[in-house]
Design a protein around this ligand. Sequence first.
Ligand SMILES: *Cc1c(COP(=O)(O)O)cnc(C)c1O
Length: 415
Amino acid sequence: MKKLGVATKAIHSDFLKKDPHGAMHMPVYDSVSFEFETAEETAKAFEGKRAGHVYSRITNPTVENFEQKIKNISSGFGVLAVSSGMAAISNLILAIAGSGDNIITTKHLFGNTLSLFERTLKSWGLEVKYADLTNPNSLSDIIDSNTRAVFLEPITNPQLEIVDMKALSKITKKHNILLIADTTITPPYLFDSKEFGVDVEVISSTKYISGGATSIGGVIIDNGTFEWKYNPKLAEDAKKIGPFALISKLRNEVYRNLGACLSPHNAYLQSIGLETLTLRADKSCSNTLVLAKYLEDNSKIDCVHYPGLESSNYFDIAKKQFPNGAGALMTFDLSSIEECFKFMNKLSLIRRATNLNDNKTLILHPGSTIFCEFSKEQKDEMGIRDTMIRLAVGIEDVEDLIFDIEQALIPKNGM
Ligand SMILES: *Cc1c(COP(=O)(O)O)cnc(C)c1O
């Protein structure tokens, strides 16, 4: 049969079990537990010898359907849905590393992820090492026998730096170290993580996938490329169940015990959101390119950053890694923090709010918000300038966005 495109797969994915009423959307199974005909059947379900849902913290039909849909549109071998993007990251790290282990990452990370590594997980004995991942060869000096993973975002937020994923994955593969990518702003359709050597993908489905900021959620996608025998926490499982080791470790231990499960209602919202992912990704990426070009041509604006711009240092690599669009996040600078605030306050259509890949265009001053807990030196290290504004572009008519920006750039007294 002809291979289906992502848009088609996102819409037409069969239920694992036929719905008794022929429902077209998987209904919300808002039930905590599920019963069996006999005590023997119940016992079999608990032992995993019989398919069937037992308790919604572990599996649920609506959540399972959402996982199935994600599996369909990605290169995933196994998928686990969780309650948020942060839950996806924390569950995964707790499954693959422990006290005495280390992971390698960069300071150019989503702030809460950095805080999870630096504050929360460090106090449980995990060591975090920082490297310049844009120079993959530098990793060979940092990797040691306790290194369990390299973690990164393929387009960093808000620096919009892009790592050559194939070059990086060559190094991680050589050392048998897991490569994890947080692909929240470039989910499947925008980025084929398996093709570029990522072993496990984590996504905040709160963003693009939810379909317009309807609900919080997260997913872990195991691409099935990593030999789990190379991870001490999973080596035993790898002997018995091979490639299923990670998803099984999560489902039957870490995820089950931590309890950060996705609610069936949110799984329903996100399944519906997923069906229009490609449309929204196309529109928001093309809007971003138009806005970036418009701002680049405007003399009041400095340093417009968008990897889809020909002037960007990352233009060539972006084209290769993200052929359907370089995401919907861009930044630019005004002359001072005061100018930034004045400009933002004058906007009427574009909303002042955190979040990204909403249907609405959102604007934020990263230095005074997401990164306010960091010192000036730390911000410099992270590439956060006080003059920088972040625009998370939505799917409105782009002329209306330009009109709003234009009126906000003109001083009130006409000077
Ligand atoms: C928002 C975000 C997260 C966290 O996701 P939540 O769903 O808010 O927990 C993680 N990584 C990136 C890149 C994000 O943008």
